[in-house]
Design a protein around this ligand. Sequence first.
Ligand code: 1CP
Length: 341
Amino acid sequence: MQLKNDLLLRVIKGEKVERTPVWLMRQAGRILPEYRAVRNSVSGFIELAKTPELAAEVTIQPVDLLGVDAAIIFSDILVVPEAMGLPYQMIEKRGPWFPETIKNASDLKKLRVADPKTDLHYVLEAIRMAKKGLNGRVPLIGFAGAPWTIFAYMVEGSGSKTFSNARAMLYQNPVLAHQLLEMITQTTIRYVKAQVEAGANLIQLFDSWAGILPAYHYREFSIRYMEKICEAVTEVPVTIFAKGAYFAINEILELSCDTIGLDWNMNIEEIRKQADGRKTFQGNLDPAVLYAPDDVLVRQTQHMLTQFKGSRHIANLGHGVYPDTNPEKVRLFIQTVKAFE
Ligand code: 1CP
């Protein structure tokens, strides 16, 4: 189906566009009271994600209620470990928790490379329903965690400031680490390809825990596997968002992806110079700017847009929108981008 608003896809291809497209990371499941109403009608996040009609509904909400230029499918990066045989729970106010973790070779034997058609059918169904509901209004973004970030949760068992268990394995048992990363990578390739088949117009990989590795480990345990995914996904554009990975920006610029997500610590001017027009950039307003008074919010957004001017740019925050952000501030951010000349 022909998209009515394909600004995002055109800017990724490097075409000249009328205005900068805008969406927000984590726009679907965070700030809207309308989201919370749907969320409260079920037992919790996991039930919501596994009910395709509802997942599709909350995917579309930000398009109607905020006016963003893209929808992102409502799901989580942690559906992948579950599909591989490592289930998780979402603990209220604390986040994800895995009762079992991967510690040794016998734990690894219990895992499998998942078949998304069966193990993740509910996400694919939600994508098909969201596409139908969107009716070509805007592109739909599919996503997955980058292998390193998924590995970090599977070994650590939950969120962590240090992910010290996951990082210990890289030194104590690098062979096992590579085996697990390879299984995650193979699952992710199948999964994102299935998302594309179901209707996703582009794919974003979230490497949220990129910033905790030294450059030599990032190269060996993350970049390599992201490149395999980038090379495998030839059907649609791929965005790489590696939070805190300024130390590896040269390698990230070499990935066979189309778009690079930047967090708010990244130096736009320097990266633009290094990229020399090769990539589209996405980002990178500090999410805390959405707590600022309106005039400051507008000024900071315009400053960010000015820094990217003349490059291929998708306006976004530098990370997911914080859950207690006022939706009116989000609307002002979006309006400011749309009005910018
Ligand atoms: O717009 C959207 O909300 C789309 C859906 C989406 C996405 C893209 C969710 C729903 N999660 C994600 C990605 C995700 N999940 C990432 C990568 C992006 C990022 O860095 O923010 C990560 C690291 C997770 C893991 C995760 N899931 C956490 C972080 C835990 C930690 O280690 O600190 C948490 C709290 C979740 C739960 C979750 N995921 C999504 C929602 C709506 C929620 C809240 C659950 C609830 O409603 O109770």
